[in-house]
Design a protein around this ligand. Structure first.
Ligand code: C5P
Length: 225
């Protein structure tokens, strides 16, 4: 039997990682969070105080960066040069820096090889921006998950408030729009729906509704129980 690949792409904050994680758990597949890989690369530049806006720095230092994914059941841990940084990657500083490193061809190529290698050996749910168009163009199930920018900012705002953070809704909305713009307009592997992707508009759907929908589609497509 061919390996199973489900590609889930979409803009920032559409709920891709939560939905992909739950889908992977329910179908007993591995969840590959490609955003975390790009974030780990951005984290390297921030940690080492290296200007990631300079193309020459990106081309030079990527050779010193080793990104490794480890799995415990369907859960992904991400290591940067041997250190587990999984819990360090989800903050605004890294979110805002990552599109700058994700534009670089050499960085994308290095991560692409790792992503394809995992997908060739495992049954995966992989989420990102270019999974359906570029990383896994032959994936049999491709979802493009969208929601209005306001709703995505709202979800992020509520999440941060629950964690006790003091945040400004309009700043979050601005950052989300800026990140989408950068991801959609870059030359290499921009954010866009693959021609054969199914667009899921989740503005008025709960996480559970979206997961159920994708799981049902996957079961039919891959003849799973
Ligand atoms: O999905 P997440 O928000 O963690 O992604 C962080 C950033 O990584 C995105 O804004 C984008 O710039 C980059 N990315 C990418 N291609 C992917 C996944 C993420 O360019 N497949």
């Amino acid at each position: 039997m061919d390996v199973i690949a489900i590609a889930i792409d979409g803009p920032a904050g559409a709920g891709k990682s939560t939905i992909s994680k739950l889908t992977a758990q329910r179908l007993n597949l591995i969840y590959v969070d490609t955003g975390a890989m790009f974030r780990a690369v951005a984290y390297y530049f921030i940690l080492n105080n290296i200007d990631y806006e300079k193309e020459e720095n990106l081309n030079k230092y990527i050779d010193f960066i080793n990104i490794e994914l480890r799995y415990f059941g369907s859960m992904q841990r991400i290591c940067l040069n041997g250190k587990d940084v999984t819990m360090d990657l989800r903050n605004e500083e890294i979110s805002n820096a990552t599109p700058s490193v994700a534009k670089n061809q050499k960085i994308r190529k290095k991560l692409l090889d790792i992503q394809r290698d995992i997908a060739s050996k495992n049954n995966v749910v992989m989420d990102g921006r270019d999974i359906g168009t570029c990383v896994l163009p032959d994936a049999k199930l491709k979802i493009f998950l969208v929601a209005s920018a306001e709703e995505r900012a709202n979800r992020r705002f509520r999440q941060l408030i629950r964690r006790g953070k003091v945040v400004d809704y309009f700043e979050i909305l601005d950052n989300i729009k800026k990140r989408d713009e950068q991801d959609m307009t870059r030359e290499i592997a921009p954010l866009k729906a693959a021609e054969d992707a199914m667009t899921v508009e989740s503005t008025h759907m709960t996480v559970e509704q979206v997961v159920k929908f994708i799981v049902t589609l996957a079961k039919a497509k891959f003849e799973l129980n």
